[in-house]
Design a protein around this ligand. Structure first.
Ligand code: HEC
Length: 174
């Protein structure tokens, strides 16, 4: 009985410790990203009718001058907006042929800190990056599985897992 209790207690402790160490909850949501971060790109995504505004913090921008890898402490916020669509669910384009932003759906955040990648197996690890999905007011969507985030960004290892690294480098060198 005693052994069983101990085993259960240890299992619970490990689950809690594991939860605290690995996962999106390690990310500090940058509440002031609109004023503190550098906006560097808008991505129109007709494939899923979203428009994305990309922001990087100063650590990311400054270390991007020389390309990858970015410094620890780097952070990205990507705002994901529903595109304005017509009755046929087609994006309504502006005079420049760009898609237009409707409601803010979510904020996708990436943060890189020393040792963070160590809790992931090599086949999924994105260096020391952690991924998190937040609501517009900065609340973590704790039920979102971030494994697909890592799987999709994994092929961009040469760019430190940042898909739009080239655009960030261009902005950093303006
Ligand atoms: C299906 C592939 C895919 C998945 C899954 C995915 N991403 Fe991305 N991510 C992209 C692409 C493509 C871009 C480039 C911007 C764009 O056009 O959407 C991007 C860009 C980003 C950026 C801006 C920095 C960069 O890499 O350019 C952040 C931050 C980000 N994603 C976070 C996340 C988070 C957090 C998740 C999971 C909740 C996630 N991504 C899941 C494909 C993916």
């Amino acid at each position: 009985m005693r052994t069983i209790r101990l085993t259960l207690a240890l299992a619970a402790a490990c689950a809690i410790a594991g939860h605290a160490l690995a996962g999106a909850e390690r990310i500090t949501f940058p509440a002031d990203y609109k004023s503190d971060f550098v906006y560097f790109l808008t991505s129109d995504r007709p494939d899923n009718n979203t428009v994305r505004d990309l922001y990087a913090n100063l650590a990311a921008v400054e270390s991007a001058r020389d390309g990858a890898p970015l410094d620890h402490g780097s952070q990205f916020v990507m705002e994901v907006y529903a595109a304005v669509v017509d009755d046929a669910d087609e994006p309504v384009l502006d005079a420049d042929g760009r898609m237009q932003k409707g409601n803010l759906k979510a904020l996708a955040v990436m943060e890189k800190q020393p040792g963070w990648g160590e809790s992931y197996p090599e086949d999924i690890r994105n260096g020391d990056w952690e991924f998190g999905f937040f609501t517009g007011d900065g609340t973590l969507k704790a039920d979102v599985d971030t494994r697909p985030c890592m799987e999709c960004h994994l092929p961009f290892a040469d760019d430190d897992y940042v898909i739009y690294l080239e655009d960030l480098v261009a902005k950093a060198n303006e």
